[in-house]
Design a protein around this ligand. Structure first.
Ligand SMILES: Cc1cc2nc3c(=O)[nH]c(=O)nc-3n(C[C@H](O)[C@H](O)[C@H](O)COP(=O)(O)OP(=O)(O)OC[C@H]3O[C@@H](n4cnc5c(N)ncnc54)[C@H](O)[C@@H]3O)c2cc1C
Length: 342
């Protein structure tokens, strides 16, 4: 498959990556955006969507998801192309000076410049640490639900105590052959109403709830047959299962970013403070992933870095182009790009 050609590839759709689309767009530069998560927003969406943020300039209070929605709306005139649920695993500079980036799903990009806005790394699901589990991941052991219908009529064991675990337990209860929810303790992080509903279903015998920890997989002729769970009293329960669904949350992994040959200091990419360029010319890094003297991991730092990186990227791509500082208030060119004032 031919690579997708783009002026700029932005790796990471957190607040810094989203604002980078806008700053590049103002200068007439287009971008493709990749994120390993299923939705844009980075930490704001994944870790604290409902929490209010109080230190975004000119917004005395703004919900974290609201901020992401506003950034998406601001970037919309520039028609960014998102590739979600894809982790960039490979990045290399070609002899032409352009970059080839490849995702784990095989999407390839041919980009003139790269912006790494990868935050604390790509978020990965916490795995079920059982012997032999890896062989079943994606077929009988799942960390997210891609197609709910695949689980209908099946024997399911769901692990976790957060919203994902509870929501899927309630959803599958009437549709699966059987559902057992396993959580390691009596406290749940999920919405209290979901927990109450789950307990009702368990009391009515429509699902089973077990407090305990997964102990071992049971297989039958190479097929997953069930899982043994040890409860608080040390008793082992063998549960029949066609599929295990584990929702233990996500953890960030610097992973591939660390392998692309850029200078790294304490798990962050070293950049200068004029261009926010890494030690590889043409690869820029903004937001939580970068480091420089005085760096503060705040959303507003990422915004500032995106603005300066955009000018540096313009110079990298079009070195003979004269640069002007233009105001959105008065620049007809920028207003045309924004689709305002005719
Ligand atoms: C609970 C909490 C509260 C906070 N409150 C505030 C606050 O009040 N004010 C404030 O300024 N900051 C706050 N922060 C910090 C703020 O959220 C971060 O500074 C900000 O999210 C950094 O943005 P970013 O775009 O650099 O990275 P992130 O938001 O981390 O986004 C990076 C994105 O890159 C993706 N990614 C990484 N590697 C790859 C790869 N190889 N391929 C594809 N995708 C990849 C990740 O999946 C992720 O979506 C808070 C953080 C937390 C956890």
């Amino acid at each position: 498959m031919n690579p997708i050609t783009t002026e700029v590839l932005i790796i990471g759709a957190g607040p810094a990556g989203l604002f980078q689309i806008f700053e590049l767009g103002l200068l007439g530069i287009g971008a493709q955006v990749v994120d390993s998560l299923a939705a844009p927003g980075g930490q704001c969406t994944e870790l604290y969507p409902d929490k209010p943020i109080y230190d975004i300039p000119a917004l005395p209070v703004c919900g974290a998801q609201e901020l992401v929605d506003r950034l998406l709306a601001q970037a919309k005139p520039f028609n960014p192309q998102f590739h979600l649920g894809q982790e960039v695993t490979e990045l290399r500079r070609e002899d032409s000076g352009r970059f080839l980036a490849v995702t784990a799903q095989g999407t390839r990009f041919d980009a003139g410049a790269i912006v790494i806005a990868a935050g604390v790394g790509s978020f990965q699901p916490r795995r079920l640490g059982l012997e032999g589990a890896e062989a079943f991941e994606g077929t009988a052991i799942h960390y997210r639900v891609k197609s709910a219908a695949d689980f209908h009529g099946k024997h399911l064991v769901i692990f976790g105590g957060g919203d994902s675990a509870l929501d899927w337990t309630l959803d599958f209860a009437p549709k699966a052959a059987s559902v057992t929810l396993v959580h390691r303790r009596a406290d749940f992080r999920a919405a209290p109403a979901s927990v109450a509903r789950m307990r009702e279903l368990a009391e009515a015998g429509r699902i089973r709830y077990l407090e305990g920890l997964a102990e071992a997989l049971h297989t039958d002729g190479g097929r997953l047959a069930g899982v043994a769970v040890k409860d608080g009293a040390g008793e082992l329960h063998t549960l029949r299962a066609d599929h295990l669904l584990a929702f233990f949350g996500l953890h960030p992994k610097l992973g591939p970013v660390a392998e692309w040959g850029m200078e790294i200091e304490r798990k962050a990419l070293k950049v200068d403070t004029e261009k926010f360029e890494t030690s590889v010319p043409g690869i820029f890094a903004i937001g939580d992933i970068n480091t420089y003297p005085g760096k503060k991991k705040l959303i507003l730092s990422g915004f500032h870095e995106a603005a300066l990186a955009a000018f540096a990227i313009q110079h990298h791509l079009y070195p003979s182009k004269k640069q002007f500082l233009q105001y959105t208030t008065t620049s007809p060119v920028m207003q045309k790009r924004l689709g305002v004032n005719g």
